[in-house]
Design a protein around this ligand. Structure first.
Ligand code: URA
Ligand code: SF4
Length: 190
């Protein structure tokens, strides 16, 4: 375990533990408030994220910011956003099991530093890895689970909402449930 976020970031930026290091432009470590009570976990960087070194900065990121802001969350203030793998998989394919295995330690270390009360998985891939392996995102998004004292929920991935905008109201409902849960168990987010 690395004790500080700064040190962990430095290690991660130099990482060559899996093949994704060969094709990346930037390592996308994560962003936000390292004392946040709420942590969002995406799948892995896409093209824009790889180019800018920041998570969720493309069209999906804009939509995510909109949904966050609708419930008074702000990536610069009261949440942290990270991905399961820190380097972009070529052509935005799903990260392979061995790549996830190589990278997940960094996320676990981030979780140990942040100590979030609530984790929100963005999309199926992170929900399966983090909440439960048979997670059915279409049926089980917006439901709260508990793992080692941490409350977890999955919501639909912003990219999925861009592909099928009819699902947006369901995602907004998840964010409303999240706001209620934050009000119930968090003390410094709002
Ligand atoms: N999709 C993700 O899962 N993460 C990002 O950072 C961008 C797009
Ligand atoms: Fe290292 Fe993770 Fe990047 Fe693979 S994806 S090179 S494990 S930081």
């Amino acid at each position: 375990m690395i004790e500080t976020m700064e040190e962990l970031k430095k290690t991660c930026k130099e990482c060559k533990k899996c093949r994704l290091c060969e094709t990346r432009t930037n390592v996308v470590f994560g962003t936000g408030n390292e004392n946040a009570e709420v942590l969002f976990i995406g799948e892995g960087p896409g093209e824009n994220e790889d180019l800018q070194g920041e998570p969720f900065v493309g069209r999906g990121g804009k939509l995510l910011d909109k949904m966050l802001n609708a419930v008074d969350l702000d990536r610069k203030k009261n949440i942290y956003i990270a991905n399961m793998v820190k380097c972009r998989p070529p052509k935005n394919r799903d990260p392979l099991p061995d790549e996830q295995e190589a990278c997940i330690g960094y996320l676990r270390n981030q979780v140990k530093i942040i100590k979030p009360k609530i984790i929100v998985c963005l999309g199926r891939v992170s929900a399966i890895r983090i909440i439960k392996k048979d997670m059915k995102i279409t049926k089980e998004h917006g439901i709260f689970f508990e793992r080692n004292g941490v409350i977890m929920m999955a919501t639909l991935h912003p990219a999925a909402l861009l592909r099928d905008p009819r699902k947006k109201p369901e995602a907004f409902e998840d964010f409303q449930k999240l706001r209620d849960k934050i009000k119930e168990i968090c003390t410094s987010t709002y």
